[in-house]
Design a protein around this ligand. Structure first.
Ligand SMILES: [Zn+2]
Length: 301
């Protein structure tokens, strides 16, 4: 599974995913091995989640610039990658100390929304995630962003098996992207969520996806995802380590892992100017994004 450009100014994610699929399908016309591979693996994508502000940034970037630069958020000033009702939504509850990347008012970035899952875009992506993670038992989700040539993997609240799979996948994808680039900039690792609880960042697409895969369900009482033993619902903090929880966590998709790939480096890679388009086109080939889809089955742990 692939998602891209939930953050409007991060054009590379959306552009790459469309191009990656075009490259894959074109190559499969003449490549028998690849055609065969596509019989066994299903690829699904939402290349551009934040379509409205993407469009706005193409037509009128000056009106969609705030003190922190070009907009990331949806048109209503909610940051789509803070709006998912995953297990960490509790950190934005009233009274908790917020991290720098959560803000309390709508704007160009980091506002998590009036309520968890409040945006129609979030709700559409939630249905899509549920179908492929729970019904189709997808193997992985790669969410494409743009900040600092890093790859996030693993969530503290996933089961140990899921965490291990994500870590292995990251290692392989990272050396795939870095192949031949050892002398220049390389993609590096970053910890997704160093500790969980009330000071986490939470509420991203991958947070929610892992919540689903590890067995959390939406709690009407709490307004975000929680774990249940059938009798009552537990917040993540009550359980601590999922592998040592008081009741068995039956992860419905124990193989599932997520990666967040941050493409490029720095402000000059953001937006849709002619110079940015040039930079991301070079990045695409240099770091082998053109071959990532066809190689992914081999990279899966
Ligand atoms: Zn982003």
């Amino acid at each position: 599974m692939f998602t891209g450009q939930v953050h409007a100014r991060e054009f590379a994610g959306g552009t790459y995913l469309v191009k990656m699929f075009i490259d894959l399908v074109q190559k499969a016309q003449t490549d028998k091995g690849l055609k065969e591979l596509l019989r066994h693996y299903k690829y699904v994508a939402i290349p551009i989640i934040n379509v409205d502000v993407r469009e706005a940034l193409i037509n009128d970037p000056a009106s969609w610039t705030s003190s922190s630069g070009l907009w990331k958020a949806y048109v209503n000033g909610t940051d789509g990658n803070r709006n998912f009702p995953g297990v960490l939504w509790g950190q934005v509850s009233k009274g908790n100390r917020l991290k720098w990347n959560i803000r309390l008012t709508p704007g160009g970035d980091n506002y998590p929304g009036k309520t968890a899952g409040s945006c129609p875009e979030t709700q559409a992506v939630m249905k899509w995630l549920y179908h492929y993670i729970i019904v189709d038992k997808a193997r992985c989700l790669l969410d494409m962003h743009q900040q600092g040539s890093i790859i996030y993997a693993g969530k503290e609240w996933s089961t140990r098996a899921q965490e291990k799979t994500a870590e292995e996948l990251r290692k392989k994808v990272m050396s795939f992207l870095n192949r031949g680039n050892s002398s220049g900039r390389t993609y590096k690792i970053a910890e997704d969520e160093p500790e969980y609880g009330l000071n986490g960042t939470g509420s991203t697409i991958t947070d929610y996806a892992v919540s689903l895969a590890s067995g959390a369900k939406f709690s009407v009482a709490m307004g975000f995802s929680a774990y249940t033993d059938g009798e009552r619902e537990y917040m993540l903090m009550e359980l601590g380590d999922l592998d040592k929880a008081k009741f068995p966590i039956n992860a419905p998709n124990p193989e599932f892992s997520t990666l967040t790939i941050e493409i490029g480096l720095g402000q000059k890679y953001l937006g849709n100017s002619a110079s940015t388009r040039k930079l991301i086109a070079t990045e695409y080939k240099k770091y082998h994004f053109d071959a990532l889809l066809e190689s992914l089955p081999e990279l899966l742990p």
